[in-house]
Design a protein around this ligand. Structure first.
Ligand code: PBG
Length: 333
């Protein structure tokens, strides 16, 4: 589309910015509570709310407190939460067996939420890093992250989560062939309506640092994730990954991180028209919070502006640690 403009002074583009009412009428995009997925960190115990140092305002919660957060989400009208477990280091192994334990933290949290807040959609994370002695998303053999054996483990993990009642599975592992394998296994097990939101274009990013602290994976991680997560220099590759995941049965796709990759989101939405999500990751959140705490930026304004940017880029929704805060703000008008 080529915008048509009359010459000045017939066209005074400031006219549509004159008053709040006219700005509201001519606004092109809107962020609503329907756009939000709230990531939550689960840990063991009872009544536990533990601050994540590198993410001010974010806590790890025991399962009972997760249920409270889920009720809060539902009351605010947030459609979905996404669960990430902080796993006891004693349960981490080379083969990551805890990942498909029906009673692991994530699966207990799914069941508890579905029992108390059934209308809230529960999304999960599928990757082995919280359960891996190496901190990697896949099984490591002789220093190599092995693809096909990892996919078998991820399928078991997906089935356990679907069995626990998850509505949306979020494979964040970046192995090849996992979406098709999961979809086939879900169909065979009768979980026809469990959706897959694939982390299709996930970059090897420095912005995940605070998250790895939050789930206790930073200590364990040996090396980096560059043999499976994407090179930040690439853009066409993101489209190939998204096309591949959609063809294997992904219902929705994600680009991650968020703000530094708005160009990818835009291309993805324009090219495929599939439900497209961004993950405003831990490092993005931490940067905004740190600058706000120093009085260097207006944190509330930057939160709202950053989330609107995702809508403008073409996102249908955003995973954001700001979810409850922005939801309260939207509610207050
Ligand atoms: C695990 C996973 C990560 C994130 C979501 N799922 C970390 C990683 O890949 O190292 C990051 C989320 C965030 O930074 O907020 N595979």
């Amino acid at each position: 589309m080529r915008p048509i403009t009359a010459p000045f002074p017939a066209a005074r583009l400031r006219r549509t910015r004159t008053t709040a009412a006219i700005r509201a009428l001519s606004r092109e995009n809107a962020l609503t509570v329907d756009d939000l997925i709230w990531p939550l960190f689960v840990r063991d115990g009872k009544g536990v709310l533990e601050d994540v140092t590198s993410m001010p305002g974010v806590q790890r919660r025991s399962v009972d407190m997760i249920v409270e957060a889920a009720s809060e989400a539902a009351q605010l009208g947030i459609p979905a939460v996404c669960l990430f477990p902080y796993t006891d280091p004693a349960l981490k192994t080379e083969l990551c067996e805890e990942a498909w334990n029906p009673d692991n933290l994530a699966n207990r949290a799914i069941r508890a939420i579905k029992a108390e807040v059934p209308g809230l959609a529960v999304m999960t994370d599928i990757a082995l890093d919280p359960y891996n002695a190496n901190g990697h998303d896949g099984i490591v053999r002789d220093g190599v992250i092995v693809n096909d054996e990892t996919v078998e483990a991820l399928v078991k993990m997906a089935l356990a989560q679907a069995q626990a009642g998850a509505d949306i599975l979020g494979p964040s592992d970046m192995m090849d062939g996992r979406i098709g394998a999961m979809r086939t296994a879900l169909e065979a097990a009768g979980h026809r309506d469990v959706a897959i939101l694939s982390y299709s274009a996930k970059y090897a990013s420095g912005f995940y640092g605070p998250f790895r602290d939050a789930v206790g994976a930073s200590g364990a991680l040996k090396g980096d994730k560059k043999t499976y997560q994407m090179d930040p220099a690439n853009s066409d590759e993101a489209l190939r990954l998204i096309a591949r995941d959609l063809s294997e049965g992904a219902d929705m796709v994600m680009v991650k991180p968020g703000l530094p990759y708005l160009d990818i989101i835009h291309r993805a939405k324009q090219t495929f028209g599939a439900p497209t999500f961004a993950y405003q990751v831990s490092g993005e959140y931490a940067m905004i919070e740190a600058a706000a705490q120093n009085g260097w930026i207006d944190g509330e304004a930057v939160m709202a502006e950053s989330l609107m940017a995702f809508k403008r880029a073409g996102c249908d929704g955003v995973l954001t640690y700001f979810a409850p805060r922005i939801a309260r703000r939207l509610k207050a008008g």
